[in-house]
Design a protein around this ligand. Sequence first.
Ligand SMILES: C[S@@+](CC[C@H](N)C(=O)[O-])C[C@H]1O[C@@H](n2cnc3c(N)ncnc32)[C@H](O)[C@@H]1O
Length: 298
Amino acid sequence: MKANDLKSAKSACDEKENTCIDITILSPETANNNETSQCKRHPGYGETPEGMSRSQFKKMKKAEMREKTHKEWRTKIREKEREKKKLKKQAIREGLVTPPVYEKVLQEPSTLRVVLDMSFDALMNDKELSSVGRQIQHCYSDNRRAKHPVGIHVTSHTEKIKEWFDTKAKESVNWQGIDFHEKPYEEVFAKEDLVYLTADSDNVISTLDETKVYIIGGIVDKNRHKLLTLNKAKEQGIATAQLPIGNYIKLVTRKVLAVNHVFEILIKFIEHRDWEKAFKEVIPQRKFNQDTTPTTPN
Ligand SMILES: C[S@@+](CC[C@H](N)C(=O)[O-])C[C@H]1O[C@@H](n2cnc3c(N)ncnc32)[C@H](O)[C@@H]1O
């Protein structure tokens, strides 16, 4: 194909939008057959379905493509990790590597109770629901390794989230130190013992009261549902509190954290009695601002 042909093929593609003739990605056979193909610059989205604008359709297609690439990337990473583990086990068996010695942590349980409030099923899509399910799995395993494990209570454990656990985390039936309640927390604990943790509370806590029951909202919503837990607690007449993040560190993002991070901060605080240490051990480094002056965007 000559330069001029290529130029006209590309401009035809720009006009047509649905398909792309781009010789940079065509194999010699397809180039000879003059078949159309897809290229990154002009993916063939096809016909726009009725009732949808072209730009809505393109947006939807792009999101689908992103999701697909992300899934493929995740599968590859998992495969690599599995292979690495297999090789390591084999090396240990063959005596080429000394197995790691894990120090057994002497555990002294704390009297603090933590509720994971799972009453927000209806506000999450399937992906968010799996994400919150995995976050609870993290809470459980962090608590198992904690120096002072707390009592975990998963409340409103019904419907979609229960179904997720019954199918995707079957092992949870054997979990120790965690109670699953179908009832909501207000039917399990005395109201005056409850403190709803929410980044929107005006009450910034300075310590944890180990006689209390701290509630974490079991939701992944990328902040779609503003003031959700604050309003819920207010309506129920329950005390609220926010973690004192802004007093110790500066974040580049909003100080709304994921369920498992909030949970881990609580158990790290019980261990160190030091918020700064707890925050720094738990909050991912990428969220820290280089300038360490405290105060965080809301
Ligand atoms: C991803 S956030 C959910 C945000 C949700 N829009 C809301 O209104 O709570 C998950 C939960 O972690 C807890 N949480 C997150 N950041 C917090 C903070 N800075 N202080 C106290 N609790 C926090 C809250 O219980 C919150 O419901």
